[in-house]
Design a protein around this ligand. Structure first.
Ligand SMILES: NC(=O)c1ccc[n+]([C@@H]2O[C@H](COP(=O)([O-])OP(=O)(O)OC[C@H]3O[C@@H](n4cnc5c(N)ncnc54)[C@H](OP(=O)(O)O)[C@@H]3O)[C@@H](O)[C@H]2O)c1
Length: 246
């Protein structure tokens, strides 16, 4: 469907980049909000007529409001909001600092809440909102206590927002990716051999026998944003090769 407008946070890397490019290839206009301007420019160079880029911090409501203002001035309303920006900081209970706790909460939970709240006055009718959670929302792991809790909060927001916005025809759904090959894996700070061992364990425990690719999450987002998903709201679409389903 062409001419519809997507606003996505974190649309310059990994899953968000794949989502941005997937919607652009399918004829949507895409507004990207992230911190690295250079990586957003790389997308804009490929699709100059249909891309808007804005550098900001998702934990700042001022930045988010300015972003939506620019989208509105350019395209006159937004059809799809995708709250994707996130960080994953692996730390066990003994090592979590107040600073890293606040960082995770501010980006992954507060950021998602206000990505949606600040968009509301700019949404067109029948808008679709997609929140990127994680299968870690429903699993336990010593190093992911804070991250998992933020992602459980995101899953919860999809339920409450769906209830709150349903009377306006606005659908709100979550996507929970399994382990997906993106730059986030190299931000964990694991030794290369340890990361390889962890990914081998994940692969062995996944029914489809591999980790996911960002474009596979993007296809799920494209479906949830489309008319094909017109009666789906409050749901969590788990795109994980079966890892958390067995
Ligand atoms: N990859 C996985 O295995 C996996 C699994 C489950 C869920 N997820 C979730 O999927 C989402 C995308 O992750 P990814 O794997 O694609 O990681 P990624 O490649 O590291 O991308 C993270 C994105 O978030 C943006 N971001 C981070 N902090 C921000 C801030 N303060 N303000 C604005 N943007 C910010 C980054 O932009 P800048 O670099 O410009 O700051 C980047 O675009 C995250 O919510 C993550 O938790 C990933």
């Amino acid at each position: 469907m062409s001419n519809r407008v997507v606003a996505i946070t974190g649309g310059n890397s990994g899953i968000g980049l794949a989502i941005s490019e997937c919607f652009l290839r399918n004829g949507y206009n895409v507004a990207i909000f992230a911190q690295s301007f250079e990586r957003m420019q790389n997308v804009q160079k490929k699709f100059p007529a249909n891309t808007l880029i804005f550098s900001g911090d998702v934990s700042s409501t001022t930045d988010l409001q300015q972003f939506y203002q620019q989208c509105n001035e350019r395209w006159g309303g937004i059809d799809i909001v995708i709250a994707n920006a996130g960080v994953a900081i692996p730390e066990n209970i003994y090592n979590v600092s107040e600073e890293s706790f606040d960082k995770s909460i501010n980006i992954n939970f507060k950021g998602v809440f206000f990505t949606v709240q600040t968009s509301l006055s700019f949404l067109n009718e029948q808008a679709s909102i997609i929140l990127i959670s994680s299968i870690q929302a429903q699993r336990g792991a010593g190093i992911w206590s804070v991250y998992g809790a933020t992602k459980a909060a995101v899953r919860s927001l999809a339920r409450s927002f769906a209830q709150a916005l349903g009377d306006k025809g606005i659908r709100v759904n979550a996507i929970s990716p399994g382990v997906t090959e993106t730059p986030i894996l190299n931000k964990f700070g694991f030794e290369k051999e340890n990361l390889t061992t962890i990914l081998q364990q994940v692969t062995a425990n996944t029914p489809l026998g591999r980790i996911g690719q960002p474009k596979e999450i993007a296809e799920a987002a494209l479906f949830l944003a489309s008319e094909s998903a017109s009666f789906i709201t409050g749901a969590d679409l788990q795109v994980d090769g079966g890892l958390a389903q067995i």
